[in-house]
Design a protein around this ligand. Structure first.
Ligand code: SAM
Length: 222
């Protein structure tokens, strides 16, 4: 694989820091993780372009800026236990694994989940656990989580994920009635039964498909 470390450093400066992401944990982590290892073979030279790229199964690796924005919003910190729903290529989970204590990642497509796991193994990222399944139900055995990131857009915030947040925990998720156009929400659990919601702006994500997301036929919520 070509050495793309200069392209990576430039991507972090130009696409991320200059757009206002300031969290040093996020900037450092993004300087470390080789995005070229998370794209499809043949796409390595495009790994540091400012957009999503195809990863198979009709899915994408998210734009680097969106990954940075979501991780900053989720306030991921070194002692945290983090859940990612929609692991896809594994890139965002890999970035969070360079900050947090432990990352749990769920992907519904077995082929993507297996490829992500192989990447983690090759890179020696051994604090990530990945499971193939429906992430709208969370990962009850590993809960509570200090931060939860959802990388696909659902019709509403899954109740299971709210319940699996620690008190003080942050959930960042795209939500919208229309597929492909969502609002990025930050939900903070401020007490046992109390949640605060903040609107972080408009985004476009692939659909969150599952029991507490969209139905597989994509016409109604499950
Ligand atoms: N964070 C990913 C990355 O860095 O490559 C982005 C992945 S893509 C934008 C969203 C992923 O969510 C897709 O791979 C899709 O298969 C997955 N997905 C959709 N619904 C899901 C669900 N209920 N559980 C787990 N994964 C889901």
């Amino acid at each position: 694989m070509p050495d793309l470390s200069r392209a990576r450093a430039r991507m972090v400066d130009v696409q991320i820091a200059r757009r206002g992401v300031r969290d040093p944990h996020v900037l450092n982590a993004m300087r470390q993780v080789p995005r070229e290892a998370f794209v499809e073979p043949g796409f390595e030279e495009f790994a540091y372009e400012d957009g999503p790229l195809p990863i198979g199964e009709g899915q994408t690796i998210s734009q680097p800026y969106i990954v940075a924005l979501m991780i900053e919003a989720a306030e991921v910190r070194p002692d945290d236990r983090v859940l990612e729903v929609g692991a896809g290529s594994g890139y965002a989970a890999a970035v969070m694994s360079r900050i947090a204590d432990r990352v749990y990642a769920i992907e519904r497509h077995p082929s993507l989940g297996e490829a992500a796991q192989e990447r983690f193994r090759r890179l020696g990222y051994d604090n990530i656990e990945l499971r193939v399944g429906d992430g709208t139900l969370g990962w009850p055995d590993a809960a509570p989580f200090d931060a939860i990131l959802v990388a696909a857009g659902g019709p509403e915030v899954p109740q299971a994920l709210k319940e699996q947040l620690a008190v003080g925990g942050r959930l960042v998720i795209p939500v919208g009635a229309e597929e492909g156009h969502q609002t990025l929400l930050k939900v903070t659990r401020t007490g046992q039964a109390n949640y605060e919601e903040e609107d972080l702006g408009g985004v476009m994500f692939v659909p969150l498909i599952g029991e507490q997301g969209w139905a597989e036929d994509r016409r109604r919520s499950a």
